[in-house]
Design a protein around this ligand. Structure first.
Ligand SMILES: [Zn+2]
Length: 383
């Protein structure tokens, strides 16, 4: 037998391989063995029909939070990921040098989703306290500890996280950004991810201290000093230049960072997010408006971003940044057989942004079947 499992007749969309069309997907020993039309079903131990469905690589969410007490999903991480077609996730700096070991322990014990993580520049990470942000108190900044944590955890840690905004940093200047960049350099020239929403400092004054490969997350927030400056009408030329130069702009929906009007304007002006992510936490997964990654993708589909571009930005693009190029976020033979099967359901779906604005989407992505390492990990119960 060539295949342990054959997924037949679905519309395969894999931008990383330039594939789109009705095809079969053969899986063997937890890896993708073959993709193409009319694979030999007599060579399969088991066959599942994906007719009328979309077949993509398992989704990759580059900005979410899995650490308990840090806007946690904790032990519920698998529960949320499976049902939404997400097989790989990145914890965006929930922990720092003092509690990263706790994140590792939790992942080892309780989570099967493939997870990597940014390490917070603050020693305490995002602890969820309301008594000031993790870097509002300067002594919490721990560049050496952060760099050491990244270097000592090469299988898990992929970069340095900084949250910049009101009450989050010790001073409203480029200093925190410069420190995060220096830390990323010390950590072996890894990327830094900067959360920025409602910044007291114009965005161009901060991104000029970042380098290609670094990530600006929450790029479509509707608050102060975003990608369109204070006027919120036209993209700042420095932002367009930065993206051209290789700075990554990640959308990270979140409870506060996704504004429909900003998205509409940015897409109209040709500014696409490099990666599509949720900033998912227990609260935003259970009370909205985020819910899950397919819902964020559905919102971008509503605003006209082509489906293939949406899939690319939620599979192979984030996988590459996370060090998984060719093994995750792709359906190329040899890759891990993480596969998601979606229904693109027609209807009227009322969806909300972070600022209370609503749209009625006419199509919605819904995960129906999810495979992880070649095994069925989730099946949507019959409706
Ligand atoms: Zn976040």
């Amino acid at each position: 037998m060539l295949y342990d499992l054959l997924l037949t007749g679905g519309e395969v969309i894999d931008p990383s391989a330039g594939l789109r069309g009705v095809m079969d997907l053969g899986i063997s020993a937890g890896k993708i063995a073959a993709v193409g039309p009319n694979l030999d079903a007599t060579q399969a131990r088991k066959t599942i029909s994906a007719k009328g469905r979309l077949v993509t690589a398992g989704l990759v969410d580059i900005h979410a939070h899995v650490f308990v007490n840090a806007h946690d999903m904790g032990g519920c991480t698998d529960h949320f990921c499976r049902a939404s077609g997400v097989t790989t996730m990145c914890d965006a700096g929930s922990t720092g040098s003092s509690n990263f070991a706790g994140l590792r322990h939790m992942l080892d014990k309780e989570v099967r989703t493939r997870v990597r993580a940014f390490v917070n520049l603050s020693a305490i990470g995002i602890t969820g306290t309301s008594r000031g942000g993790e870097l509002s108190h300067f002594p919490y900044a721990d560049p050496e500890g952060c760099a050491r944590t990244v270097l000592e955890n090469p299988d898990l840690a992929i970069g340095v996280k900084l949250r910049f905004g009101p009450g989050l940093v010790w001073e409203y200047s480029a200093e925190p950004v410069k420190m995060a960049r220096r830390t990323a350099q010390m950590a072996g020239d890894v990327p830094m991810m900067m959360h920025i929403t409602d910044s007291p400092v114009p965005l161009p004054d901060l991104i000029e201290h970042m380098k290609p490969g670094d990530i600006v997350t929450h790029c479509y927030h509707g608050r102060a000093h975003g990608i369109m400056g204070q006027e919120k009408q036209f993209l700042l030329p420095q932002v367009v230049e930065a993206q051209k130069a290789g700075i990554i702009f990640d959308c990270a929906h979140g409870r506060n960072h996704f504004n429909f009007r900003m998205i509409e304007r940015a897409l109209d002006q040709g500014f696409l997010p490099d990666t599509i992510s949720t900033d998912l936490t227990m609260t935003s997964a259970t009370k909205g408006p985020v819910w899950d990654l397919p819902t964020t993708m559905t919102k971008l589909l509503h605003f006209g971003l082509p489906l293939e571009e949406i899939i690319r930005r939620s599979t192979s693009s984030p996988a590459k940044i996370m060090g998984y190029e060719g093994t995750v976020g792709t359906l190329k033979p040899g890759a891990n057989a993480d596969v998601s099967v979606f229904e693109l359901r027609d209807g009227n779906f009322e969806l909300r942004d972070s600022d209370g604005d609503t749209i009625t989407a006419k199509r919605r992505l819904l995960a129906q079947l999810v495979l992880k390492d070649g095994r069925v990990w989730y099946e949507r119960p019959g409706e």
